[in-house]
Design a binder for this molecule. Structure first.
Ligand code: C2E
Ligand code: CA
Ligand code: CA
Ligand code: CA
Length: 278
């Protein structure tokens, strides 16, 4: 490589080098994570406030690397997206959801639902074959009413026709859909009605200060009222205190999820939790 002048060299700071190196190391490690069986799903219960029981669970991806330790999804999902690994990882997640729902079918009531997160990239044209196959599998196992895809509103706003077509194929097959992190994006309320969605998940940003913030109370209640008028169910995310839960209950928000009830648990621990509520 060409030698650069002394003062040009310092533009490329040490921390930028370290960042780039860290990204490269993580990406390479992630490439092997699936085949090395380093990925797993954890499950966080979703509670029905009317019965006080677990009625659903959200699957959340975990990566345990032998030397890097546990890498949080906030550090590796976007890497997986930019490195072209998200389709393989997402395929694995969607199939795991089927597997666990089958496994836990006996332990729970018939309408116990498992949700999983889907990146917008997974809706692109090149993934059509996978979803067709997945839908067939889900239908043949009669699980189409008990699996929920969690997508963000960015997937539906300004989406390419092929993305929307894929969305509609899933809807036509009866697969349930939740809008994740609702209220944080560039919400266009028009799509809520147009697209026939099943659940809104109110982002933790609205819940965090619920007991102290009149504004957050007003916004949360408005979302719940609007959702119900449109025939959607509402899940409040990140519920950490009894006061938050009591407020949510008072405005008829039926479903809640958060550390107050449980953090996301490894599958075997979640299974124990299901057993203990029978
Ligand atoms: P998300 O889908 O909004 O998931 C909720 C996040 O909030 C999870 O973080 C969960 O552990 C955390 N959480 C739950 N209850 C509470 C609470 O009471 N307080 C606080 N402070 N946090 C709470 P996690 O597991 O680190 O996941 C982060 C994000 O990574 C997820 O946000 C989701 O966007 C993404 N993600 C996770 N698994 C997958 C996956 O399988 N595929 C894709 N594409 N994205 C995933
Ligand atoms: Ca989610
Ligand atoms: Ca969320
Ligand atoms: Ca519906």
């Amino acid at each position: 490589a060409k030698r650069m002048g002394r003062n040009r060299f310092c533009y490329f700071t040490k921390s930028m080098q370290e960042d780039a190196l860290k990204k490269m190391t993580l990406t390479n490690a992630l490439r092997a994570a699936l085949s090395e069986k380093q990925l797993s799903l954890h499950f966080q219960p979703i509670i029905d406030l009317q019965s006080g029981l677990i009625c659903k669970a959200e699957s959340l991806l975990r990566w345990h690397h032998p030397t890097l330790g546990t890498v949080p999804p906030s550090d590796f999902i976007s890497l997986a997206e930019s490195a072209g690994l998200i389709n393989d990882i997402g395929t694995w997640v969607a199939n795991q959801a089927i597997m666990y729902r089958l496994k836990w079918g006996q332990k729970t009531h018939d309408d116990f639902q498992i949700s999983f997160n889907v990146s917008p990239i997974q809706f692109r044209y090149e993934n059509i074959e996978f979803w067709n196959h997945w839908i067939k599998d889900v239908k043949s196992k009669n699980l189409h009413k008990v699996l929920i895809l969690e997508i963000t509103e960015s997937l539906l706003l300004n989406a390419e026709p092929s993305v929307l077509a894929q969305f509609h194929r899933l809807r036509d097959a009866g697969i349930e859909v939740a809008i994740d992190d609702f209220g944080t994006g560039y919400s266009s309320l028009a799509y809520l009605n147009k697209l026939d969605i099943d659940f809104l998940k109110i982002d933790r940003a609205f819940i965090r200060n619920l007991e102290n913030s009149d504004n957050d109370q007003v916004l949360t209640e408005a979302i719940v009222v609007m959702a119900h008028k449109l025939g959607l169910h509402v899940v409040a995310e990140g519920v950490e205190t009894k006061e938050q839960a009591a407020y949510l209950s008072s405005i008829n928000c039926r479903f809640v999820q958060g550390y107050l009830y449980s953090k996301p648990l490894p599958a075997n621990e979640f299974e124990h939790l299901l057993d203990s509520q029978k």
